[in-house]
Design a protein. Structure first.
Length: 409
């Protein structure tokens, strides 16, 4: 129950489950919706981060909300500043605040999650706690490399969170939104990782946050080595020697397709290859079943005139936002934005979209890597070891681009 400004009592709905995605991820959200309907008999609210268009997909079990219908006045500026992952994750606390006025309890799942059991444990936990999170791992980890990774990307996986609509949760969501609105960049090397890294501070600032440590929650490629999954009469179970639980939900982050859990190098622990293949095959079935017909192109990757918005332009825009914020919609032609692009040589060449290059691509780029290290060796030889170290630290600083305001005209 809640009171409005006239002190009248408003009856709120009990539970809401939501996700966020662009159209390219809609099939994953639809798969999540199907599993939610099966185990909770609820429809999933999908907040779509794209311009409205005609699509063909299975509309059962879902309610579609286009983000532009509820977004704040600075939405287009944020959509220009952030890439698709940064934008959708930035708005999770904003949407949480929006839903907190309509529902008593709110649960969020990333679109690439699938439920395998009821959420009774989460419902019960919300009876006693304001805000729920799950950690990336449960056991003490002694590997410095893995521990550094958790410090880079955050202690808690924000593919799931849940809250009770009270004053404490609203304070948490407001704080979280302020961080994300300002700095939700995917730049782990700069100490930032979208919405997720901020919440490492959450339990320190807000004692009402409860960390759920049930092994059946948020199972994924990064923690599967500490949990053994088995199938018992068609039901997936999880154990670790200390706990045993039904698998409640699995997070198919970086899903590999067919029989591959993830396109990552990871430790499978005691898990049998056939069991993991069964998990992957099941998820592939749901994705294929929920295909979306229509244009899947992400709208906010392009200006109104069709020019691609490259990642350097996004970062440069964010760096110089104070001088450009008078433009409420940078996607539409504006002389100030156009001049900024031309002065800084930020116009995209060709029609190919940017794709992230990672360590998995090192063989394809072996020639470029050799040239790069050749240049570094020359720098070391010319400037000496001390200045070489200083130059490397400067390169780390400048690689963030957002911080380097002096780089842009």
């Amino acid at each position: 129950m809640r009171k409005n400004n006239n002190n009248e009592i408003i009856k709120m709905n009990k539970v809401c489950v939501f996700t966020v995605c662009n159209i390219g991820y809609l099939n994953k959200a639809l798969a999540l919706a199907e599993s939610l309907k099966k185990y909770e008999d609820k429809n999933l609210k999908i907040f779509l981060f794209d311009k409205k268009r005609r699509l063909s997909f299975n509309t059962n079990n879902v309610e579609i909300i286009w983000i532009e219908d509820i977004a704040p006045d600075n939405f287009f500026q944020l959509a220009f500043k952030y890439n698709v992952i940064e934008l959708t994750t930035a708005f999770k606390p904003f949407i949480g605040k929006y839903l907190s006025n309509l529902y008593e309890n709110v649960i969020f799942f990333d679109p690439d999650i699938l439920l395998y059991d009821s959420l009774s444990l989460i419902h019960d936990s919300l009876e006693k706690n304001s805000f729920l999170l799950t950690p990336h791992i449960l056991k003490v980890e002694y590997s410095p490399i893995l521990n550094l990774n958790y410090q880079k990307f955050g202690f808690y996986n924000l593919g799931f969170f849940a809250f009770k609509s009270n004053d404490e949760s609203k304070e948490i969501l407001e704080w979280w939104w302020k961080q994300c609105e300002s700095y939700c960049f995917d730049e782990a090397h700069q100490g930032a990782f979208t919405d997720q890294k901020w919440m490492s501070l959450g339990p320190l600032y807000f004692p009402g946050i409860k960390i759920l440590k049930n092994i059946g929650l948020n199972v994924a490629w990064w923690n599967i080595y500490e949990r053994e999954i088995s199938i018992n009469e068609g039901i997936f179970e999880v154990s670790n020697g200390e706990q045993k639980s039904n698998l409640i939900f699995f997070h198919f982050s970086a899903f590999g397709g067919k029989e591959i859990i993830a396109k990552k190098t990871f430790n499978t622990g005691k898990n049998k290859k056939e069991t993991l293949a069964e998990l992957s095959t099941t998820y592939s079935f749901f994705l294929n079943k929920n295909k979306v017909k229509g244009s899947l192109k992400y709208s906010y990757d392009f200006h109104e005139n069709g020019m691609y918005i490259n990642p350097v332009l996004r970062r440069a825009y964010a760096s110089k936002f104070a001088q450009l914020e008078q433009v409420s919609n940078p996607f539409i032609y504006n002389a100030l934005i156009d001049q900024f692009i031309r002065l800084n040589y930020l116009k995209s060449r060709g029609i190919n979209n940017y794709s992230l290059i990672s360590h998995r691509d090192k063989d394809s780029y072996s020639f470029h890597i050799r040239i790069y290290f050749l240049i570094l060796r020359l720098v070391l030889r010319i400037f000496g070891a001390n200045k070489f170290m200083a130059i490397n630290r400067l390169m780390t600083y400048s690689s963030g681009l957002v911080q380097t305001k002096e780089l842009w005209k």
